[in-house]
Design a protein around this ligand. Structure first.
Ligand code: AMP
Ligand code: MG
Length: 484
């Protein structure tokens, strides 16, 4: 059985200053943890071959994949608001691009594949814990219907990496519709390389925003497209309680996918100020601040595009302002619309936004679990989650009066609500337990169980009912770490 990626590499045809060409560094003892069979098939790969010795040799970087044009990408970025003119793939190597059976082009990248010219002081490697975490959470996000990079495979390297002590090393095969970031544009802008910005924008348009190519002003349409997709993405995050945790501009994808699952987390009880990341000391990337940061990052993108928007800088700034001004209204409309659907409202009426916001306020005041509240509203059992039962009853009466204006039957409404309100999310205490078992005891059973449950987040799975529950006080995870 051979493993044949049908590579068709476009990014590697961009000028040499966009990347460094190099191969992954081999590892001592590669061993497969998991292959994503469904995704392998979408990519036109034989999942069994990929899980076999030839496949594992490629997935660990020990053997070059035929047809690969392996490169580490150059990018810059604002990290917690501070600009770093050169970051780049310090431990990730893009093998190439594959057009899948669905006709979509995707990057195949090994994350943790060894040092590159962008590694700075890093070792170019990844610890197994963060590899499994990204595998689990990115696949859960995909099952929840959120645009995201995917995980094709995870391997252990048989080598130790030094983090908070020695940890087993791992490599994730990440699949993304591309790896262009806001920070990639910033890399060229920081070098006053307007030709580079134009080449990158043209590549991004061809790949992700083909309609912009024929618009009156392609670069304006491109910026508008990225703004729209990010508004939609961040609305989706908020609607499922997701906190990215490190929304640096190098971690914001041009394609509109969620990328880089470092210290990400899901919120249990609703509180917009929630932060888990140990390095986010100023709560810059708190749950409720994500739309603000999204716009901040997009403003940095717009700055890099000014030379393309108009030769006259003040005219260019006016164009950029106009486009950035669409973010807020678009985010708000999508967010409120999503909240309305979460409480079963299909027709649009005055007062709906207030009704949903009243529920969120009530949840915050009662430390009610975000995910369970919406799921149980559909089933008529949410009352138990509130300490101030009278306040909940008052809201519930109001909601019931509003539902009288809906035409759907109660059963149809319940079905619709359950289709947008997951029963299962990757709760931090479950993720942590699964990773601890894998790393401390080489026991991958909790990881596999969690993967199985999270592949069907909207289905009741009565045998796994306890996985719906928030943590006991003793199980609560208070902080997450990048672990890079
Ligand atoms: P991240 O926090 O994963 O978004 O990474 C930020 C930057 O640090 C990127 O340029 C990464 O490539 C780089 N980086 C993170 N971890 C390592 C590592 N272990 N070795 C080399 N570079 C790294
Ligand atoms: Mg990153």
């Amino acid at each position: 059985m051979t493993v044949q990626f049908a590579f068709d590499n476009l990014y590697a045809q961009l000028p040499e200053r966009f990347y460094a060409r190099l191969a992954p560094t081999p590892v001592a003892g590669p061993r497969l943890i998991r292959v994503n069979k469904g995704l392998a098939e979408t990519l036109g790969l034989d999942p069994d071959a990929l899980a076999g010795p030839d496949g594992v040799a490629i997935l660990s970087g020990n053997q070059p994949a035929e047809g690969a044009a392996s490169i580490a990408l150059a990018y810059a970025g604002h990290q917690f608001g501070n600009f770093v003119p050169q970051l780049g793939d310090g431990r990730a190597i893009l093998l190439g691009e594959v057009v899948g059976r669905d006709g979509l082009r995707r990057d195949i990248q090994l994350k943790g594949a060894g040092p590159t010219p962008f590694s700075r002081r890093g070792d170019g490697r990844a610890a197994l814990g963060p590899v499994l975490r990204e595998y689990l959470v990115s696949e859960a996000m995909a099952a929840l219907g959120v645009p995201t990079t995917r995980a094709l495979a995870a391997v252990t390297t048989g080598e130790a990496v030094m983090r908070e002590g020695l940890m087993p090393g791992g490599i994730l095969t990440r699949v993304a519709s591309s790896h262009m970031r806001v920070g990639t544009f910033q890399y060229f802008a920081a070098r006053n390389d307007t030709d580079g910005i134009r080449l990158l924008a043209d590549h991004a348009i061809a790949r992700h925003y083909p309609d912009a190519a024929t618009a009156a002003d392609p670069y304006r349409a491109f910026l508008a497209g990225v703004v729209a997709r990010q508004a939609e993405l961040i609305a989706r995050w908020l609607l499922i309680g997701f906190i990215h945790g490190v929304m640096n501009t190098d971690n914001m994808s041009i394609s509109g996918e969620t990328i880089d699952y470092g210290p990400c987390a899901f919120m249990d009880e609703y509180d917009p100020a929630t932060v888990f990341s140990s390095i986010d000391r100023d709560a810059r990337y708190a749950y409720g601040n994500q739309p603000n940061i999204g716009l901040w990052n997009l403003t940095r993108l717009a700055e890099t595009l000014l030379p393309l928007l108009d030769p006259d800088e003040s005219a260019a700034i006016e164009i950029a302002r106009g486009v950035l001004g669409t973010f807020g209204p678009r985010f708000q409309a999508l967010y409120v619309d999503g909240l309305r659907r979460k409480i079963g409202l299909a027709v649009d009426r005055d007062g709906d936004a207030d009704l949903t916001l009243d529920l969120l306020k009530l949840m915050a005041a009662n430390n009610a679990d975000f995910t369970l509240t919406f799921r149980k509203l559909a089933d008529g059992t949410a009352r138990d989650l509130f300490i101030d039962v009278a306040a909940f009853d008052a809201w519930h009466d109001h909601w019931q009066r509003r539902l009288a204006f809906e035409s759907a039957s109660p059963e149809a409404r319940r079905t619709a609500m359950r289709a947008v309100n997951p029963a299962f999310i990757p709760r931090n205490h479950r993720v942590e337990a699964a990773l601890n078992a894998a790393i401390e005891r080489r026991d991958f059973e909790p990881f596999d169980t969690l993967m199985t449950i999270l592949s069907r987040p909207f289905d009741d799975q009565p045998e796994y009912a306890e996985y719906m529950l928030p943590p006991e006080e003793s199980e609560r995870v208070r902080q997450t770490f990048c672990g890079t």
